[in-house]
Ligand binder design. Structure first.
Ligand SMILES: *Cc1c(COP(=O)(O)O)cnc(C)c1O
Length: 429
């Protein structure tokens, strides 16, 4: 099954969306302006519950992948539900701690942790490092040694599995930059006695993102399980297995379907049967993507020679996924008014052809000022936004049963340019 592309033709007309989590979206947009990200607290809680129920009876910690959506209010929701965090930078470490996620539930992934970041993580007392290279393992040994501390570590193994997802979000092939081969990981364990400041006693795997098919998960976990059994037989401790994230969600109504937590956890239970250590899970997208929408107004309608363009007040700087991954997002009106159908290329105002949300998309005919809802944008939306074209970062609101809270105010021009200055104080390094 291939990921839907923004160029696929119309097949199914998704329903308009006047409300989200009990909040009237027209009223919300009138109040807070557009472009505006809106997140449903109840939709996120529902996903958390579904996952926690599926994990019942297992010693499992869910470490939310902060990069999917790092807004403080979202992290606080995760903290309240008892989740941990999967971080990839010192910035995410601070966000997670500030939101009340205990350090003991934080794991640190990523191929380029700096010594300062390793030091900050040791200082905070995080649960473990997911180590991606021998060079990094030595850096952690060095930094922990300098602090007189012991770091806990898991080796991120690259199981050489094709996740059947978009190439830019596939991470588990031998050719990808992530993790080490099982052969190399075997050597790390064989020589773990030489590590004086690192306790290497965990395995980690993460094969990619937006995975809708359970087969790659199953294949990767079976490879990890075989390795875990081999390590135990060789007398090595395996205290934790981190199965990563990557669960896919529905971006296109009538076309795809989010992975069901029970099915996914069923694969974990089956592949890792008999494992009596701690399981760690790192879902990001699956918890928040469908719990977010991007509200945007139609600025104008441009009738081109060959195509009609709908120009929105949101752009690729607000939501990069269509331009970066060719990703499909359903785009529907907030109004339930019935109008004739029309077909548009839906674009933003940024000066790039890549600033396109959809091509040849059929929806109810639009007029300038109409409010549109770009769905499935709770993950890798605001967290990937930039100020390209000097467009300030969009506002974000959390919705909860008919109420809303502004959780990021719209960036002001002053905030956007803060830190820049004229070249006046010339120095030599
Ligand atoms: C990005 C990432 C995740 C989360 O991926 P999703 O597809 O959003 O679930 C989990 N673990 C690691 C190591 C990651 O890099």
């Amino acid at each position: 099954m291939t990921a839907p592309s923004l160029q696929d033709g119309p097949a199914f007309l998704p329903a308009p969306q006047p409300r989200f989590d009990g909040v009237d979206l027209q009223a919300l947009a009138a109040r807070l302006g557009t472009p505006l990200y809106a997140y449903s607290a109840n939709a996120i809680r529902q996903r958390i519950r579904e996952l926690q129920q599926a994990l019942h009876g297992l010693d499992a910690t869910v470490c939310y992948a902060v990069k999917a959506n790092s807004n403080r209010a979202i992290l606080e929701l995760m903290a309240t539900a008892g989740l941990g965090a999967d971080i990839v930078s010192a910035g995410e470490l601070r966000r997670a701690l500030d939101a009340g996620i205990p350090a003991a539930r934080i794991v640190f992934s990523g191929v380029g942790k700096t010594e300062q970041e390793i030091d900050a993580a040791l200082d905070a007392g995080i649960a473990r490092f997911n180590v991606e290279s021998l060079d990094e393992l030595r850096a952690i040994e060095r930094v922990a040694g300098a602090r007189g501390a012991t770091a806990r570590a898991a080796v991120r193994v690259n199981p050489d599995v094709d996740a059947l997802t978009h190439a830019k979000i596939s991470t588990g092939r031998a050719e990808n930059k992530f993790g080490v081969s099982i052969a190399e990981a075997r050597d790390w364990f064989a020589e773990r006695g030489q590590l004086r400041h690192v306790r290497l006693d965990g395995l980690h795997v993460h094969i990619g993102s937006q995975i809708l098919d359970l087969k790659p998960f199953r294949l990767a976990l079976h490879r990890v399980a075989a390795f875990w059994r081999e390590l135990v037989q060789a007398g090595h401790p395996v205290a934790s297995i981190d199965v990563g994230g990557g669960l896919g969600v529905r971006y296109r109504a009538g076309h795809d379907q989010a992975v069901a937590a029970a099915d996914y956890v069923g694969v974990i239970r089956e592949a890792l049967a008999g494992f009596d250590g701690r399981l760690l899970l790192e879902p990001g997208r699956w918890l928040v993507a469908e719990a977010g929408v991007l509200l945007t107004r139609v600025l104008r309608i441009k009738h081109g020679g060959e195509r009609d363009f709908l120009v929105l007040d949101a752009a690729m700087n607000d939501l990069q996924r269509p331009s970066l991954y060719d990703a499909w997002h359903d785009i529907v009106p907030a109004s339930t008014q019935t109008r004739p159908l029309a077909t548009y290329d839906i674009v933003g105002p940024v000066c790039e052809t890549g600033d396109t949300f959809a091509r040849g998309r059929t929806l109810r005919a639009c007029e300038p000022g109409d409010l549109l809802v770009i769905q499935g944008t709770g993950a890798y939306g605001a967290s990937m936004a930039s100020t390209y074209n000097s467009r300030p970062l969009a506002a974000e609101a959390l919705l909860d049963g008919g109420r809303y809270a502004l959780v990021r105010r719209r960036q002001s021009h002053q905030e956007m340019v803060a830190g820049e200055q004229s070249a006046q104080d010339w120095e030599t390094p």
